[in-house]
Design a protein around this ligand. Structure first.
Ligand code: AMP
Length: 621
């Protein structure tokens, strides 16, 4: 049976649908989801075409687009209309490309107006966002076709080092492809999740993710604690990968075979065949000791694993050097790494596996398909966001503090900013006036000490509190913040069971800039806020004290001597005078202490009214 959810911003009913995880890669992309029955992540293999979709977009003469393996076939025959490695251009300006401008077989245009590059195909200009959207559309269609359901929401992964502009560009590409991008997740985070690391919120681990793909190499060191994934350092080379292994093999064959050396520059067919054979040799040598083949039955292509390893040793050594640097930046020793995770097709090369395991001093994890591991982790993240894993903490934090207004307009924080969500927190309050039957609960978001400086999210009345002396009702206010950032606030009066609750969406309508501004304000005004808070707290305590002691005199005055009554009245008046004169917090506290010292023995004498207890809890007006 399909689950039905309510969209809190529109109030509309919405059908719960699958959220996919997407690895939008430089060379290859994949889409994965959580199988509804066995709850395991699987990469989508639509119509037996394989799980990997090459990140290549080809424009036909008619202007249509083809994405994936079919498009890859045009890389050699029609390079000007076939776009690959577009991820390298996302969020980049022409200047950012620097020495790598010649890497691309298609036309990249310097577009001054936006500062970001465009790609010229035939007579049209495309942004890398539009081209990435084509790849995402293809993935979306494959997912919809395979799952037989509309796919409108996704989690997309990006390298840990992607900056804001690159992340935003990835988000925009998702939007263009008709996907609501619920989250942009770091690739190493996804890889760790796929291995189940970080799923238990109590787990604390330091993890190294070694990702060697076709054309890029990344090493990321992550610290995982309480469900939060923190990137300690990254290193790598955006132009180093399995393609370099292939090139090393081709060069070796050229150097050792005169027939190849003499013709390769003129013979396009031969150079193409050589590339294919080199990749085949590399893959074969991952599982065998020797590779033997021929091109067109006449040119011998032979390679032994030992020779291959000699060829690639300098490239592997460069990746290990990057690992060393990343570890240095993270200020860690190899022994402090709890797990090493292998990502990317090139980690299947045994020499790579061994070099990495040796460097970190422990066997690297490679049980999962290294091509799929990032997409699988993205699917797990999507499933968490869908709220299907109630046992798991969401790997996100709330950007601003959530709290309620207490006496004097003070913000009483209940869920501090940077708390991981979902989360639940509560606090007990009481009334400030005898016979108070309603309690106003005002919910705020922000870092300032005074609620008027923060943002009001909701307000409701807890009604029907049975009439009791001030300080007697016990009102539990609980904040429950779920995975989508929806906050439920409930207030329960424990003695009577009276209960009231509201739901609010704290993030709703706040832009990232506004959140940032609110944080900035809290820092700028921190000092003023603290002194203002202290005065308000002192005044509030004083007012409560006045109220309690006056009530006490009224009800229990007969138990006191005339002298005691007189002294109490004098001390009450002194406290009132300090308040009326807008005294500073020290003056107020001196008066409070004097009154308290003098009256506290009375409380013990008259057991049925506990002034101390009334003064202990915070009160809401
Ligand atoms: P990726 O970018 O992660 O999809 O990685 C693709 C790279 O992995 C390409 O350079 C492939 O040639 C390489 N690759 C895939 N399978 C193997 C294998 N069995 N042995 C060695 N390299 C492989």
């Amino acid at each position: 049976m399909a689950k039905v959810a309510i969209n809190l911003s529109t109030g509309a009913l919405q059908q719960e649908e699958v959220i996919v995880g997407i690895d939008l890669g430089t060379t290859n992309s994949l889409v994965a989801y959580i199988h509804p029955e066995d709850k395991k992540p699987i990469a989508i293999n639509d119509q037996g075409r394989g799980t990997i979709v090459p990140s290549v977009v080809h424009f036909t003469q008619q202007g249509d687009t083809i994405v994936g393996t079919e498009a890859k076939d045009y890389l050699l025959s029609d390079p000007a209309n076939t776009i690959y490695s577009v991820k390298r251009l996302l969020g980049k300006s022409y200047r950012d490309l620097g020495e790598h401008k010649d890497y691309f077989g298609y036309k990249i245009i310097d577009d001054d107006s936006e500062g970001l590059v465009k790609i010229r195909v035939q007579d049209k200009f495309y942004s890398p966002i539009e081209l990435s959207a084509e790849i995402l559309k293809e993935l979306r269609e494959r997912a919809e076709h395979a799952l037989k359901t509309p796919v409108n929401r996704a989690v997309i992964t990006v390298p840990a080092y992607f900056n804001d502009s690159q992340r935003q560009a990835t988000r925009d590409a998702g939007k263009l492809a008709g996907l609501e991008v619920l989250r942009i997740v770091n690739e190493p985070t996804a890889a760790a999740l796929a291995y189940g690391i970080g799923i238990d919120p109590n787990e604390e681990k330091t993890v190294a993710v070694y990702d060697l793909g076709g054309g890029t190499f990344d090493i990321s060191i992550l610290s995982i604690h309480q469900g939060i994934f923190e990137v300690l350092s990254t290193n790598g080379d955006t132009y180093l990968g399995g393609d370099d292994f292939d090139r090393a093999i081709i060069n070796h064959w050229i150097q050792n075979n005169e027939l190849i050396a003499d013709t390769v520059n003129q013979d396009k067919h031969l150079s193409q065949e050589l590339r294919l054979k080199a990749e085949e040799a590399k893959r074969t040598l991952s599982v065998q000791e020797v590779y033997t083949s021929t091109i067109d039955g006449r040119i011998d292509c032979h390679l032994e694993r030992h020779t291959f390893e000699t060829l690639i040793a300098p490239i592997v050594a460069r990746t290990i050097e990057s690992c060393r640097q990343a570890m240095g930046d993270a200020k860690l020793e190899a022994a402090q790494i709890d797990a090493v995770i292998m990502v990317g097709g090139s980690t299947r090369v045994p020499m790579v596996y061994e070099a990495v395991s040796e460097f970190f001093g422990k066997p690297a994890n490679n049980n999962l398909n290294p091509d799929e591991v990032v997409a699988l982790g993205a699917a797990i993240q999507a499933d968490i966001l869908a709220g299907n894993r109630k046992d798991i903490l969401l790997l996100d934090v709330t950007p601003l503090t959530l709290g309620i207004e207490t006496m004097g307009g003070l913000m009483d924080s209940i869920i501090p900013r940077n708390s991981k969500i979902p989360t639940k927190a509560g606090r007990q309050y009481t009334t400030s006036v005898d016979g108070q039957v309603n309690m106003k609960i005002s919910v705020y978001q922000g870092e300032r000490d005074l609620v008027k400086e923060n943002r009001k999210l909701a307000e409701f009345d807890l009604k029907g509190i049975p009439s009791m002396p001030a300080g007697f009702p016990k009102v539990d206010v609980n904040f429950i913040l779920n995975a989508d950032g929806i906050l439920k606030v409930e207030a329960i009066e424990l003695r009577s069971g009276v209960k009231q609750e509201v739901e609010v969406k704290p993030q709703y309508g706040l832009t990232d800039e506004q959140v940032e501004q609110m944080l900035m304000d809290s820092i700028t005004h921190a000092k003023d806020d603290v002194s203002a808070r202290m005065v308000i707290e002192a005044r509030t305590t004083a007012e409560q004290m006045l109220y309690q002691v006056e009530r006490f005199l009224e009800k229990n005055g007969q138990h006191l001597t005339e002298e005691e009554r007189q002294l109490t009245r004098e001390n009450l008046q002194k406290l009132r005078d300090v308040l009326a004169a807008n005294g500073d917090k020290d003056a107020i506290f001196v008066a409070i202490d004097r009154l308290e010292e003098q009256t506290s023995p009375f409380a013990e004498r008259v057991m049925q009214i506990s002034i101390k207890q009334a003064m202990a809890g915070k009160k809401i007006e």
